[in-house]
Design a protein around this ligand. Sequence first.
Ligand code: PMV
Length: 319
Amino acid sequence: MREICGKSHGKLILMGEHSVVYGQPSIALPFRAVTIQVKLEPAGNYSYLFSDIYEGPVEEAPKKLDALVGLFNRLRHDFLSSHDHFLIKVNSNIPVERGLGSSAALSVAFIRAFFNYLGKDLPNEVLLDYADFAETISHGTPSGLDARVTAYNQPLYFKKGETAQPFHFHTPYWLVIADTGISGNTKQTVKNVRDAYESPFASRQIATQKTIKHLGVLTTDLTQALKAPQPSLEKLAALINAAQHDLAALQVSSPELSWGIDYMRQHGAVAAKLTGGGGGGCYYALVPDRQTGEKLIQALADSPSACQSWLMPFSSESN
Ligand code: PMV
C-alpha cells in the first residue's frame, strides 16, 4: 500500500502573543522537541482518521478537528474529488491546546503529506495559504504567526500582514519550557481579548488597547536586546517579566500559569511568562545557564506545577 508522510513540529512564542493579532510585532521559535507526523494511505469508500484524540470516519470527527476536516475537504476539492478517500494517521507528541502550536503543526504536516501524495512541489506561499485557511477555522482571526514559524522552520520576527523575517540571535542563556497540563482554548482567549479591546466601556477598551500597544513596545525592545552582541540577562528578564504582567492584565493567564511562573522564579528563573494563547497551556522561564535549567527541571518534576518540561539553549542557531 502506498503510504505518504508529512512532518512538522511545535513552536514557542517568545513574545507578542495576542498583541500580534492587532498588528504588533512578535518573536517565535520552532520548538522541535515536540513533533507531528501525518501519514496518508489511499482508501476505499470513506475516509478514516486515526489519532490520539479521535479515531473514526473523518465526517464524524469532533468539533476540535474541524480545521483538519475543512482542510481535507478543501484540498480534495482543489486537486481530487470527493470520491477520493484516505486513511489519515496522525502521530504526535505535541500537547494539544497548550500554546505550542499543535493545530498549525497538524495543518502543516497534513498539507505536506497531501502534496507528497499528489507528487507536487509545495511552495511556501501555497503551504501558508492552506495553513492560514485551517487556522482561521481553528481560531477565527489568527495572526498567522503559528503557521509561519511552523512552515518556515526557523526563528521569526513577524507582524500580521507582513512577510515574516528570519530572526537570528545568540545568548549564552537557556530556556525551560513547562506544561501546566491544563488545556487553554486559544479561540476563547483571543475572543475575550477582542471583547475587551472593543468593549463598550471606555475605560476597559482604553486599558486593553494600551496594554496591547505596550506588549508591542516590549517585543520591539526584546528584538533590540537580543540583537546586542552580548544580550543583557537583566534586560531580557525585565522585558519577559513585564510581558507576563501585561498578559495577566489581559486576563489570559490562569491560576495554574501564575502558580507555575512564580514557582519557576523561586527556583532559579530570572524571568518567566506564559507562551501561546494562555488560559492554561505552557509557560517558559529564562535561566542564566544550563545547570540552573537542569535544577529547575528537577524542581518542576518534584512539584505539581508542570506535567512535563523541556530545556533548550536560548539561541537561534540551536533552534
Ligand atoms: O495557542 P496557540 O499556540 O495557538 O498560539 C496563539 C497565539 C495568539 O497570538 C494568541 C493568536 C494568534 O493568532 O497569533
